[in-house]
Design a protein around this ligand. Structure first.
Ligand SMILES: [Zn+2]
Length: 386
């Protein structure tokens, strides 16, 4: 009998997963997720006992549960609650007409800013649904909150906003990109030999990097989302972006998957600021980019770089992104927004936990200087933790 029990626990593929669910999620704000995972395990066990399904399927499910747990927050301290409050209030104030999500948006301490969609299960119904996990740099420690850097949260929200906007950006820009490529192809029809080959290579690269895809892991989406973040946070985003560029060792012209070169992002933000009528907000990053060297490439490669980063494509992304902001009814951060927040700060009001807090942090840093700003930030965070 004893021997049988030992054997059973050794082959139970879920005992480890259940222990992990308990340790990580029980009595946490993600109890609902824990309940869904436990339900799906119970259902799989019943199926195996009834002779439906085999151990192999159970092992696949156990591995999937492991992946889900890896993606979810592992601690729920003060910072988790602060960030959680912030993202949920921002969501409701940015999109007041959107009804509540079945699961909250959750933060997790991480290496860098990011947004991850994690598929989980609805308890009882066993339907799959998504938890949106916002990654915040630093540890789950309230002392790691740096509100001046939080403008990047607006960028991560941009990913979510584009996802819920009914494919408008992807469709709009996709059509403009196709037209651009078709016209360029027609123009190169008379090219011969190497010139023809080079033109073809550039067009293939344009399609590879700029084509907007569902995962949003492409240049078009990332640039559009910078534009949305500028729309939402104005100078607070532009300055956070500049600070990041200054403290990181970047190659402004580096070609890589996912994000366009920083030089392209700065050009996009500059064009966007002009269209939005707020060009002074980006004067800092513009000045910084003026100090950058030209691309360190030679011959055909530099010609390819300029072809791939054609300003007409950047302009098209910017105008499609601004149209998306307008379609979603997002409120633009303008001088009036800054005056409203500045006046509230002068009366001693603590900003609400939404984008106003992030914009207020930028205003206070500019007006108070580093030392007094730190004290203001500490008090603003304390007020929201009570
Ligand atoms: Zn992004």
């Amino acid at each position: 009998m004893r021997r049988q029990i030992t054997t059973h626990s050794q082959i139970d593929p879920f005992s480890e997963a259940l222990g992990r669910i308990q340790r990580q999620l029980d009595n946490s704000p993600l109890e609902q997720v824990a309940a869904g995972l436990k339900d799906v395990i119970a259902q799989r066990r019943c199926a195996v006992e009834a002779g439906r399904g085999d151990n192999g399927q159970s092992l696949v499910l156990a591995a999937e549960i492991d992946r889900i747990l890896d993606s979810l927050p592992t601690s729920f301290g003060e910072r988790f609650h602060f960030d959680s409050q912030l993202i949920n209030v921002i969501y409701k104030t940015v999109l007041p007409t959107v009804t509540d999500l079945p699961f909250p948006l959750v933060p997790r301490a991480s290496g860098d800013w990011g947004l991850q969609t994690v598929r989980v299960f609805t308890p009882g119904k066993l339907l799959e649904c998504s938890v949106h996990v916002f990654h915040f740099p630093g540890a789950d420690d309230i002392a790691h909150v740096d509100l001046l850097d939080y403008a990047f949260l607006a960028h991560e929200f941009g990913h979510q906003l584009i996802r819920i906007s009914p494919r408008s950006f992807q469709t709009d820009f996709g059509a403009e990109l196709t037209q651009f490529i078709n016209e360029a192809r027609l123009r190169s029809i008379t090219d011969r030999g190497q010139a023809r080959q080079r033109a073809q290579e550039v067009l293939t690269s344009i399609s590879r990097y700029w084509q907007p895809i569902d995962s949003q892991h492409d240049w078009a989406h990332e640039l559009a989302i910078d534009v949305i973040a500028l729309w939402l946070c104005g100078p607070a985003y532009a300055e956070a972006f500049k600070d990041y560029l200054e403290r990181s060792k970047i190659d402004a012209h580096q070609i890589s998957d996912g994000h366009p070169p920083y030089a392209v992002r700065v050009t996009g933000l500059t064009i966007a600021s002009e269209v939005m009528g707020v060009s002074k907000y980006v004067s800092g990053i513009r000045a910084l980019s003026d100090s950058w060297d030209l691309p360190a490439m030679k011959g055909d490669r530099v010609a390819n770089y300029y072809g791939l980063t054609d300003k007409r494509i950047i302009k098209s992304v910017v105008s499609c992104a601004i149209r998306t902001c307008q379609k979603l009814g997002l409120t633009q951060c303008t001088d009036e927004t800054l005056s409203r927040i500045r006046e509230a700060l002068l009366t001693g009001l603590k900003p609400a936990p939404n984008l106003d807090l992030i914009i207020a942090a930028w205003i206070q840093f500019e007006e108070l200087g580093q030392e007094k700003y730190q004290e203001w930030e500490r008090q603003a965070i304390c007020a929201l933790l009570r």
